[in-house]
Design a protein. Structure first.
Length: 267
């Protein structure tokens, strides 16, 4: 599989490292280094990161809060993580743009699909914060939706396990990992890959998902170099999931350029 444009979904909880809360600097820099190595090969990288290390909207009702208010709080948590990742990448001299589903002009650009694609064409790592900007949708849903909108070739879901198993491998030593599986089989076996909204979006748009271990250094680069890794979810459960798009246009000749050509350099 030759991916030209990817959407990397990262877990907010993973940013905690060995901590109980917040952001572990070592894990953050590891992720930034992994992304830098991939972007340096010419692969266009977009990222969605959760906010569970700070706050999860689903916790609202347990705290006696309104669910909608809680979801907006969770969106702000993802913006904090996105800003941290952006800062880590820029510390490594990686050009980035942070686009938000909520309007926060001081720290993020508003999400505009064509602008996001333009940033990717220019070789910038694009980070999508604040989910889709609406309550009742998870960051998995945001990852699936944004991947479809920017015409990514695949959603890469980085987790702490090395794929999808028949049972929880951390609890059941007899659990078996699936090297590949179809969307229909995931549903039939009731396997936990993404929330159903996110999963259905990918299935209906024939967008493959690869679940892999992001916490092992070098895994992201090895995966994109073609090394068998993790679990591929596709329409037919094979690597023939989706043909790559036609070669991307040279940014100087992009059909999108007239739309943003008069913008300042941040465009």
């Amino acid at each position: 599989m030759n991916f030209q444009r990817i959407l990397l979904k990262l877990s907010g909880e993973a940013l905690m490292g060995q901590q109980q809360y917040g952001i572990d600097a070592e894990r953050l820099m590891q992720y930034a280094s992994e992304i830098k190595a991939v972007a340096a090969t010419g692969v266009q990288v977009a990222v969605v990161i959760g906010g569970g290390n700070i706050y999860r909207g689903a916790q609202a009702e347990a705290f006696g809060l309104d669910r909608v208010q809680g979801d907006y709080m969770g969106m702000l948590a993802t913006v904090i993580n996105s800003m941290a990742l952006q800062s880590a990448l820029e510390k490594l001299d990686v050009s980035t743009r942070l686009l938000s589903g909520l309007t926060i002009q001081r720290v993020c650009e508003p999400y505009i699909r064509r602008r996001a694609v333009r940033h990717l064409e220019k070789g910038r790592v694009v980070i999508f914060g604040a989910g889709i900007g609406s309550p009742y949708f998870t960051t998995d849903s945001a990852a699936s939706l944004r991947a479809i909108e920017i015409e990514a070739d695949v959603v890469l879901k980085g987790t702490r396990v090395d794929g999808i198993y028949s049972a929880d491998p951390e609890k059941d030593p007899a659990a078996v990992r699936f090297p590949s599986i179809s969307f229909d089989e995931v549903i039939a076996k009731n396997l936990n890959v993404m929330d159903m909204t996110a999963f259905t979006l990918c299935k209906e748009n024939n967008l493959p998902i690869i679940v892999f271990d992001m916490n092992t250094p070098g895994n992201l680069a090895r995966l994109l170099a073609g090394e068998p890794m993790g679990t591929l979810v596709s329409m037919d459960g094979t690597a023939n999931a989706r043909a790559p798009k036609t070669p991307l246009l040279d940014p100087k000749h992009s059909a999108l350029q007239p739309l943003v050509g008069n913008q300042p350099e941040q465009a």
